[in-house]
Design a protein around this ligand. Structure first.
Ligand SMILES: *Cc1c(COP(=O)(O)O)cnc(C)c1O
Length: 384
């Protein structure tokens, strides 16, 4: 019997360089609107191959800005995945437009594009996708579909820094890409996010929305502090402390991504021995995952008793998570508002109710992966 290990699902990797970066900001006097945010935007854009990037206070903020910028409202529809973080859907709902939910594929967790096509109506204005657990959706097919119907595409890349399709980073395929720097994601700024786009004019407009929609250019060459607003806006800015942490974290991303990929592959090879166990993975050579976690669909009795599996793993010291615990249309708010028929979402139901998300983050190594694989195999033996 191997000795018990401590394997938390997520633990931000904060080292002395990160702490130093934040302290240096605090030793100056510029806490917002400063050089750290500007530099972080330039460096993040270079990392993903975007022409520009805009720091924001969260991924939800980036998603909201993206949908708000579409100018949609009551009477419009946006197609969204049923299996995603609620933020993806809230961003549509907040505009007054109707989110139209579509089921996912059972092998990738990504939205099923045949069902997306069926869901298109004369009211559809956009399709919002999530790259599920870092597995890129087939963006070439989605783009072709969206272009044929003159729809905008928004990408929720919260778990997908480093994910590419046909070599092109996610977030660069449609109108905009939205990233999260929440603590358990690939890299962190505490709270924070980034918005990228190939359409630099639109990105600038979204950047203005993010800062009260202030238009400083209109008043040049008047005195500083004088400005005008031509529309409503929000305050979704990032602070200088957060940006300094983000820059420091970004430098470690190549190592973080390599560790995640190695852990994922080690765990995957171990799980092949468990009969009936399946997991989400990238589909084909064109899709390069950012390996956020390994989502395993539990077979038979194990799946029926998911909470017991989670409990037992916790006793073994393994922290698992569920991505996501309910299909969004089944959540009270959306169910009450739009109704819910489980028969429309068979795959989302399986992932929500019968899967566990196993950690593969850079805080873990191959020994941890073998330990998790062994404990799962043990439970499979006991429970089938
Ligand atoms: C975490 C997450 C979000 C929300 O990110 P925040 O930065 O916390 O707003 C949105 N979408 C997905 C897919 C996520 O996993």
């Amino acid at each position: 019997m191997t000795s018990r290990r401590d394997i938390p699902f997520g633990r931000p990797d904060i080292d002395d360089a990160d702490r130093q970066a934040v302290l240096e900001v605090l030793q100056q006097h510029v806490l917002t609107h400063g050089p750290q945010c500007k530099a972080f935007e330039v460096e993040f854009a270079a990392f993903v191959g975007a022409p520009a990037a805009v720091t924001v206070s969260s991924c939800m903020a980036a998603l909201h800005l993206s949908h708000m910028h579409l100018g949609i409202g009551p009477g419009d529809e946006v197609i969204v995945p049923a299996q995603t973080h609620v933020a993806t859907v809230h961003a549509v709902e907040l505009t007054g437009a109707k989110p139209v939910f579509v089921d996912c594929e059972i092998h990738t967790g990504n939205v099923d594009l045949a069902l997306v096509e069926k869901a298109i109506s004369p009211r559809t204005r956009a399709v919002t996708v999530v790259h599920f657990a870092g597995i890129p959706a087939n963006m070439a097919r989605l783009r072709a579909l969206a272009d044929a119907h003159r729809l905008k595409v928004i990408e929720d890349c919260a778990l997908a820094v480093g994910a590419r399709f046909q070599g092109r980073h996610v977030g660069l395929w449609g109108k905009s890409g939205c990233f999260s720097f929440y603590p358990v994601k690939h890299m962190t700024t505490g709270e924070g996010g980034m918005l990228i786009s190939c359409h630099t004019d639109e990105l600038q407009e979204m950047a203005n929305f993010r800062a009260f929609n202030v238009d400083r250019s209109a008043n040049r060459p008047q005195a500083p502090g004088v400005y005008d607003v031509a529309g409503v806006g929000l305050n979704y800015r990032m602070s200088e402390m957060a940006a300094a942490l983000g820059r420091s974290q970004l430098r470690k991303m190549p190592r973080f991504l390599a560790a995640r990929a190695a852990n994922f592959h080690t765990l995957q090879s171990r799980l092949r021995d468990i009969p009936g166990l399946q997991w989400l993975d990238a589909d084909g050579e064109e899709a390069q995952s950012s390996h956020y976690c390994l989502v395993a669909m539990l077979p038979g009795k194990m799946g029926d008793k998911r909470s017991e599996v989670v409990e037992r793993l916790k006793e073994f010291g393994v922290g698992v998570s569920v991505y996501y615990p309910q299909p969004t249309p089944r959540m009270s708010y959306y169910r009450n508002r739009y109704g819910y028929d489980a028969r429309n979402f068979p795959h989302a139901e399986i992932i929500s109710d019968r899967s566990i998300a196993l950690p593969v983050g850079p805080h873990l190594d191959a020994t941890d992966m073998h330990y998790m694989g062994d404990r799962l195999a043990q439970l499979a033996g006991e429970m089938t």
